[in-house]
Design a binder for this molecule. Structure first.
Ligand code: ADP
Length: 483
């Protein structure tokens, strides 16, 4: 890897303010999904190292929570600035371990930094309250206090942003945080820990523990010092973690799977809809939880939309994300590739047609051709499960009511998208969609200011935005008598 600052590439974990190996010396190999080559190793840690990180966090919390938010913000702001300044190197690390095109990786670093910057400011606006008292001689006061030691478990698809979206509000609110990054993408997380250390974040407030997910997660969910677990990943793992947290009644935030509907009505601006579908469906090779998973297109524009989308998909460039002009990297691993293959095979067996793509890419490895399926129906796996790959299944529908029924016919409810220029329809469909977020005439909606999160089995809580810091605060009521 070509890095300007080689010190950002760490093969040790950052536990309790110290760079270290696993107690027993065990390690895991990290590979580049575009080439299959080994990048390096990281420590394979477990419960012992996680406990050490949690205990150090509990100790570090006292001074950090007592520090004025304005002073915490200075350190956090410095950390955010350093991320932006090192976006080139972190981008190279991220593309190498995750596969996304370098431009997307650098974009993610800026996006990741925006959460630290935003919450550093929001921390200053955590205000208490004085309520109307029903008694003459008493006063009712509300304090907002940090929830306590937080633990975060994060996925590989956004190796930087999924960490800062949690660490930003936690630290700004006065809480330390112990992070378990995804085992496929630890180097981005460790590079950010290097920068946190350089920014002057006191030891123990941020730990990055790499290794055995079950053992690290087991300690995080059972240790009573941890008061909050924040997770982004699959619904299946999220449910297990929720059950594990029940024993110590932890606060939880869950950003889980999606099955985003993307509806194109007859009155849509078709060029805009095609552009939005490309952005929403094929970004990160279809590996985001808000990627359009089911595309519903109204009768009157179905054929025209399919043709224009196919022309746009034909212009996508598949390859190693470090190569110039590449827009589509590899899938993360073989299991991901096989899931995409199975979804396409199942759809074709049940009558769908491949308009473009539909097979492994000539590059080999885990590359898959950007694909469009037409004639898709509700009984196919692509409709029920998150494909997490570059496959756009197009379903034909007749009426607005049909579209809403189809869109909501899933246990998931993260993002939804639709294209229409009729103001009445815009309101009706936006209100009827059972999702936490709705993109209207756009395929991209994430930023640090909008509240990100899902309903139904897509999760609990919101990240980013002025609401996001509440997830890291407790409300304490004071009833003051004897005046
Ligand atoms: P994905 O499909 O994004 O890998 P997962 O839910 O499997 O979704 O993984 C998200 C994160 O959760 C990763 O960091 C992974 O290592 C972690 N993880 C998976 N299983 C467990 C578990 N049983 N306990 C704790 N963490 C887990």
């Amino acid at each position: 890897m070509q890095l300007k600052d080689r010190d950002l590439f760490r093969q040790q974990a950052y536990v309790a303010g110290t760079w270290m190996d696993a107690e027993d010396g065990a390690s895991d190999t990290v590979t580049n999904p575009a080439t299959g080559e080994k990048i390096g190793t990281v420590p394979r840690m477990g419960a012992v190292e996680t406990r050490r990180a949690i205990e150090a966090a509990g100790f570090a919390m006292k001074a950090w929570a007592a520090m004025p938010a304005k002073e915490r913000a200075v350190i956090l702001r410095r950390w955010a600035d350093m991320m932006v300044a090192q976006a080139d190197d972190i981008g190279v690390l991220m593309t190498s371990e995750q596969g996304k095109p370098l431009a997307e990786a650098k974009g993610e670093v800026a996006y990741a930094a925006s959460f630290i910057e935003w919450f550093a400011e929001q921390g200053k606006r955590v205000d208490g309250d004085v309520l109307q008292s029903p008694w003459r001689d008493r006063r009712l006061v509300v304090l907002k206090q940090p929830v306590g030691v937080c633990a975060a478990i994060t996925p590989w698809n956004f190796p930087a942003a999924m960490i800062t979206r949690k660490a930003g509000p936690a630290l700004a609110a006065g809480c330390p945080i112990v992070v378990k990054p995804a085992s496929k993408t630890p180097y981005t997380a460790l590079a950010m820990a290097v920068l946190a250390e350089r920014a002057g974040l006191p030891k123990g407030l941020l730990s990055v523990v790499t290794g055995n997910a079950g053992k690290i997660g087991g300690e995080m969910t059972s240790n009573p010092i941890v008061r909050k677990l924040t997770f982004t990943g699959s619904t299946e793992t999220g449910k297990k973690l929720m059950a594990a947290c029940a024993g110590t009644v932890k606060k939880m935030s869950m950003e889980l799977g999606g099955n985003a509907p993307f509806i194109v009505f007859d009155d849509a601006d078709l060029d805009a809809a095609v552009e939005g579908a490309i952005a929403s469906k094929y970004r990160n090779t279809g590996q985001t939880c808000v990627c359009a998973n089911r595309l519903f297109v109204q009768d009157g524009v179905y054929d025209a939309f399919a043709a224009r989308l196919a022309a746009a998909v034909a212009r996508l460039k598949v390859g190693n994300g470090l190569d110039e002009g590449v827009t589509q990297g590899p899938l993360i691993d073989m299991a991901a590739l096989e899931k995409v293959e199975q979804h396409v095979a199942d759809a074709v067996a049940l009558g769908a047609k491949v308009a473009i793509g539909g097979r492994r890419h000539a590059n080999g490895g885990t590359f898959y051709e950007p694909t469009i399926l037409t004639g898709v129906t509700e009984n196919m796996a692509v409709m029920r499960e998150e494909t997490f790959g570059p496959v756009a299944p197009l379903v034909r529908f007749a009426t607005e009511a049909d579209a809403i029924r189809l869109a909501n016919n899933t246990e998931f409810g993260l993002a939804g998208y639709f294209y229409s220029r009729d103001i009445g329809r815009v309101w009706r469909v936006a209100e009827a969609m059972e999702t936490g977020m709705v993109g209207i005439n756009t395929g991209i909606l994430s930023n640090e200011i909008g509240p990100f999160g899902g309903v139904k089995e897509s999760g609990l809580g919101r990240e980013g935005s002025k609401y996001g810091i509440d997830e890291y605060l407790e409300t304490k009521y004071l009833c003051i008598a004897g005046m």
